[in-house]
Write a protein that binds this ligand. Structure first.
Ligand code: VGL
Ligand code: ZN
Length: 208
């Protein structure tokens, strides 16, 4: 079984959102082509889904500003603007994303005391979302990952997929992803490559 994981293609990470990823909305038409390609047996989307006052928000740390490094539950934590608050438009998947063919929408980041970049488990690698068991239960052997942001949630999702499901071939669809900083994207791609994740383009998939 071949699966596609669409990471956090939400209003909050697109221009006009609360934590906009530069050109984040450009992944939407590419994701739609992948969704409609018929190349995937299973399509999963993750959704960053924070309660108000989440510990990753700078606003929860008096005197601190977004994009400063702080701490959360004793561990280093990038402090973010308030974003993707449960039930708000910011947290909704992008309105142009073709969601009718998505088999599972998985929400993450609900625990105030820990951030959850990965769609598989929280950042302290403690609580699992159940996605690895779900994919393995569906006999997934190939997983393609794309979305927002390459240097955070996409990277950690791909790394966890490869670590937690050793039998699954994991690939990053680079042009169907956008990141927060150019340097972060370059480092993330090197980290993924070093861990055996293939970097591919949507064209390779659609023409293959
Ligand atoms: C993300 C920062 C904070 C992401 C989520 O989806 O990459 N980044 N929360
Ligand atoms: Zn978040």
């Amino acid at each position: 079984m071949k699966a596609l994981l669409l990471v956090d293609i939400q209003n909050g990470f697109c221009p006009g959102g609360n934590l906009p990823v530069p050109h984040g909305d450009e992944v939407v038409p590419i994701a739609n082509r992948l969704i409609e390609s018929g190349k995937y047996d299973l399509i999963v989307a993750s959704q960053d889904w924070h309660p108000p006052g989440h510990g990753s928000f700078a606003s929860s740390h008096p005197g601190r500003e977004p994009f400063e490094l702080g701490t959360l539950s004793g561990k280093p934590q990038m402090l973010w603007p308030d974003h993707c608050i449960q039930g708000t438009a910011d947290a909704e998947l992008h309105p142009d994303l073709k969601t009718s063919k998505i088999d599972l929408i998985l929400q993450k980041g609900e625990n105030r005391g820990v951030d959850s970049y990965s769609a598989f488990r929280d950042n302290d690698q403690d609580a699992l979302t159940g996605l690895a068991d779900f994919l393995e239960g569906q006999d997934v052997t190939e997983l393609d990952v794309c979305g927002l942001a390459t240097d955070y949630c996409v990277k950690f999702s791909a790394l966890d997929a490869s670590e937690m499901m050793p039998g699954v071939r994991v690939r990053l669809i680079e042009d169907a992803s956008r990141g927060i900083t150019a340097e972060g994207i370059a480092t993330a791609i090197e980290e993924m490559r070093a861990r055996g994740i293939d970097i591919v383009s949507s064209r390779q998939i659609l023409e293959g």
